[in-house]
Design a protein around this ligand. Structure first.
Ligand code: GFB
Length: 314
């Protein structure tokens, strides 16, 4: 990408899109095309077609998606499969029809089989049954990958697909019920600290293992790939380390400075037992994660408390 390239970041108001946008600006890309959600509904085919016809982006980061944690996925399976299929179909097809030079599609580590061998290599895709708590979302993301690969094969497009581990960072959704685990627990521990509560409930058994990646590390990886990688093979992006939910909760408790107890609500689902990605492929392309989980949680918590204070005053 040259610095004057017309780059569309779809989903620039979300965790991933906003971070990619900030990194692009920091690297001197100033010809960014950003459309707020309320002025372009990516689920509407006509609107997306007209937008591409008018704006003619050269590069597209497809970071727009309906996302959420385990509870949101379980409670809104129809919304997750429909919105994601619509958004990605509209954007990928318009990118082809309007001559986009290159598109990067963001998937998720939940596309892999529930019981894939660990660390999960890219070739495990479609090798077994999916985790039931997020199957509709995963199926939509798999469809996105297959669509990019099919367009590359039939139309000769340059559409690439990356599979990030569980992401976190400033700008995340911190909803107590619908967010992903680190953001939800950060909020819950914070409130417990403020209100002097004696215990905090962590969902499930605490035994599942997750690989967490700071969104700044992800943004660096996807911009690198947009610049140097072409091909239909999907690429994992992770921190290379996993920890149990119990360990993550303990770390959060320390970072936040909460002194009460952790209890486990085993009526809530555990989800998939382990998700640790094999990141050798992206490492061989010259990227590696630099933000440790502890550092990342500390800086995210700093951001969260400032945000929380500002919004409490509104
Ligand atoms: O982050 P999370 O919702 O994502 O949950 P998944 C991870 C683990 O944390 C599960 C436990 O074992 C949860 O039971 N957990 C403990 C909690 N306390 C909490 C809490 O307060 N909130 C949440 N959310 N979890 C998602 C998928 O699965 O991963 C999405 O549903 C997406 O589709 C995303 O792929 C990356 O890793 O289980």
């Amino acid at each position: 990408m040259d610095k004057e390239a017309r780059i569309y970041v779809a989903g620039h108001e979300g965790l991933v899109g906003s971070t990619i946008t900030r990194h692009l600006r920091e690297q001197g890309f100033n010809n960014l095309i950003l459309k707020p959600r309320d002025s372009l509904d990516l689920c509407r085919q006509e609107s997306v077609k007209n937008f591409f016809a008018f704006e003619k982006p050269e590069y597209v980061f497809l970071a727009a998606a309906r996302v959420g944690g385990i509870a949101a996925n379980q409670q809104h399976p129809a919304d997750f499969i429909r919105d994601n299929l619509q958004i990605q179909t509209n954007v990928i097809d318009s990118a082809y029809r309007h001559g986009v030079k290159k598109l990067l599609f963001l998937g998720s580590s939940c596309i892999y089989p529930r019981l894939a061998s660990q660390p999960i290599h890219e070739e495990c895709l479609m090798g077994g049954y999916l985790e039931s708590t997020n199957e509709p979302y995963a199926v939509a993301k798999i469809a996105g990958i297959k669509m990019c690969q099919a367009y590359n094969r039939q139309y000769g497009t340059d559409f690439i697909c990356v599979m990030p581990a569980n992401l976190y960072g400033p700008g995340d959704n911190f909803d107590l019920e619908n967010a992903h685990v680190l953001a939800a627990l950060m909020h819950r521990f914070h409130l417990a600290k403020l209100n002097g509560e004696k215990e905090v409930a962590v969902w499930g058994t605490g035994k599942p293992r997750r690989e967490f990646l700071h969104v700044d590390d992800l943004a660096a990886a996807v911009i690198l790939l947009m610049n140097i990688y072409s091909g239909s093979e999907i690429i994992n992006i992770g921190s290379g380390k996993d920890i149990s939910i119990a360990e993550a909760a303990q770390l959060l408790k320390e970072v936040i400075g909460y002194s009460g107890a952790i209890v486990y609500d085993t009526a809530k689902p555990d989800g998939t037992p382990q998700k640790l990605l094999d990141i050798n492929k992206i490492k061989a392309l010259g990227w590696q994660p630099v933000i440790t989980l502890e550092e990342g949680l500390r800086s995210t918590y700093k951001w969260f408390t400032e945000y929380y204070r500002r919004h409490a005053r509104d």
